[in-house]
Each structure stands twice: as C-alpha cells, then as structure tokens.
Design a protein around this ligand. Structure first.
Ligand code: PMP
Length: 348
C-alpha cells in the first residue's frame, strides 16, 4: 500500500464558492465587471497561439510588472494565481516541522498550503476581527520560517495601518520571511492602508504578494506574483510548477496592467457600493467591520449557515464560515440590492 503523508489525512480540502446558474455570485470576491475590454480583444487574437509552451520566465509580464512597481525584474516571481505563489514561498523556506504563523481566521489556503509544504500552522486569533500583530510577533520562535500578513484580511475585510505593520516587521527576526498578502490592495484606502512595497520593500525578509484575480478581473486565468528580495525571488522561481502560468494568462496580465485607469474606475465603483452596502446593513442591525476590500464581513456567529441558506433561497450565493460569520462579495448594484433585500427579511 502506498502511504500518503499523515499530515494530509486530516487536512480539509479547499472549499470554493458555490456556482449557481442565474444566481448573484457573491461568494468568491471576484470582480463583477467581467474582463477588461483590451483583454477580451487580445485573448481572441491569441487563441490560436497556444499549441506551444508558454514562456517559462514570463519575461514580458515580469518586465511590465517591474516597470509598474519601479523595481528590478530580478525581484519578481510569478505563479498560477497568488495561491501558487504562496505555495512557492512556503516551499522555498519551510522544511519538515517548521512553523508558519498567520492570523486566524484568514485566507483558508494558508493552513492547507502550509501542511502540503510539510510545515506546522500556528494560528493566532484575530482581535476585533483584525490581525493581532503583537500576538503574531509573540508567536514567532526559533522554528518559525514564514509569517503571512493578509492585509486587508480575508474574510474579515479589516486592515492594519503603516505604523503597526512597520513595528511588527521590526520585531520579526531577519531569518523569518514576512509575506504581506495584498490580494485586495486596489480596494484599500491608501491613506489608511500601507502599500507594503513602499513601506517595507527594501527589507531583506519582506515579500509582497499581489494577484490579477480580483481588481484585474482575471480569476479564471490564474496569474499572481510576488515582489521579493532578489535571492528569494530566484528560489521562488525554482519552486514553480514548470509552465504553470499559461501563455494566455501572461498576455492577458500584461494587457490588464496597461488598463490601470479602468481598473481604478472599477475599484472605485466597488468601494462606493461597499460603503452603501455597509451603511444599509448597519442600519438593519448587522455588525459590519470597516472593510478595506471588495467584500464585507457579517458577524453572524451561530446563525451564519442559516443566513447563507436564506440568501440562497433568494438566489444570492454568499460564503458562510460556520460558527463565525459570512463573507459577502460586493457585486453589481442590482446584485447588492438583492443581498440587501434578503438581509432586510432576515430574522436571525
Ligand atoms: N490571498 C488572498 C488573501 C485571497 O483572498 C486569495 C483569493 N481568495 C488569494 C490570495 C489567492 O488568489 P489567486 O490564487 O486567485 O491569486
């Protein structure tokens, strides 16, 4: 009998948001606006060109990203979504039994990918739905190799500020990799939420993770990247599954990067809707933390599953985290209206 690794036996599988034809899809934090106009055109032109392997170095995309961030291309490593880049980072530094620290609850892939890499997940409870950076710093010890700072945090939507993040980084030993996951950066208020690359990008142990899956509207094509110190980026590249970022994904990401004004316009629409939805939900009596992302967090505790079913009955798919809360992606205005109408008829 082939023996599978014991660490994987207990491991829950990643649970994706449900897809229900005809329903409002508010369970996966995708952009509701579809592909950017330039991307649609370029993908059509390219569709015949995929009989060859893609460029494994993703040179055009890396060049475009380097320019976008004003960094040397050597500092960038790409992957099939930032989920794969998370895995690549873990495989770069985590050996059997090494510890990986993150707030909890946070992005549900962190514990899964940590276990797959052979590491031990150390979950530090949130405080008031926000990362408790002091407790996270205290959770670091000689066995810690990596710490994820999800900012803004998925699923609770809250963010930590510049001072707290810098003070935290000051407390983390140089040999521990700090991965600031900024998947929702485009929806955050830059006056309140730091760009970790500006704030900490020159440090030897800081990596900033970004994705094309959210504001850039490319969740289905799978492309993400990190900006890291050169030596770390080189190792992260080695851990990538060969050719994991397809030619279409690379091309689409380059085009999407060039459509910055449209990305910003769409993000602003989402932010305006987020504020409208938050205000209305609060008026209805829901407790909703201030969101810096493209979703809101409803602190429904034991009634989370029931609320999700109530939404489903009205053809709105949201994401319940049993016993904790419900994450609701900000969709199109009419989808948000459908959610609000259901919230108004909820008798929790
Ligand atoms: N980080 C965070 C915080 C996320 O919420 C997600 C997606 N849910 C990801 C990373 C991964 O996204 P992707 O792999 O599509 O880039």
């Amino acid at each position: 009998m082939v023996r599978v690794r014991p660490a994987l036996a207990q491991l829950p599988s990643y649970v994706p948001g449900r897809k229900l034809p005809g329903a409002a899809a508010l369970a996966s934090n995708e952009s509701p606006y579809g592909m950017l106009p330039g991307v649609v055109g370029r993908l059509g032109e390219l569709a015949g060109g995929v009989s060859r392997y893609p460029d494994m170095s993703a040179a055009s995309l890396v060049r475009a990203l380097a320019e976008h961030h004003g960094v040397d291309p050597d500092r960038i490593a790409v992957g099939a979504g930032s989920s794969e880049v998370c895995a690549q980072l873990l495989h770069s530094v985590v050996g059997p039994g090494d510890e990986v620290v993150f707030g909890w609850r946070s992005f549900e892939a962190y514990p899964i990918l940590t276990a797959v890499a052979g590491g031990r997940a150390v979950r530090i409870p949130l405080r008031e739905h926000t990362l408790d950076l002091d407790a996270m710093a205290e959770g670091i010890n000689g066995r810690t190799r990596l710490v994820f700072v999800c900012n803004p945090n998925n699923p609770t939507s809250t963010a930590v500020g510049a001072r707290a993040l810098r003070d935290f980084a000051d407390r983390v030993p140089d040999e521990v990799l700090i991965v600031v996951d900024e998947a929702y950066r485009e929806y955050a208020d830059p006056a309140l939420v730091p760009d970790a690359l500006d704030l900490l990008g020159e440090r030897p142990n800081v990596v900033v993770l970004r994705t094309f899956s959210k504001a850039y509207g490319l969740a289905g094509l799978r492309v993400g990247y990190c900006v890291a110190p050169k030596e770390i980026a080189a190792t992260v590249r080695k851990t990538q599954v060969p050719f994991s970022v397809s030619a279409l994904a690379q091309e689409a990401a380059v085009v999407a990067l060039g459509e910055r004004a449209e990305v910003a316009r769409r993000a602003a629409l989402t932010v305006a809707e987020r504020e409208r939805v938050t205000g209305r939900l609060r008026a209805l009596g829901f407790e909703v933390p201030d969101s810096q992302a493209n979703f809101v967090w409803l602190q429904l505790a034991d009634t989370s599953a029931e609320f999700a079913l109530h939404c489903l009955s009205g053809k709105v798919v949201v994401r319940p985290f049993l016993g904790e809360g419900v994450r609701v992606t900000i969709g199109l205005p009419e989808e948000n209206d459908a959610l609000l109408a259901l919230a108004a008829t909820w008798r929790g």
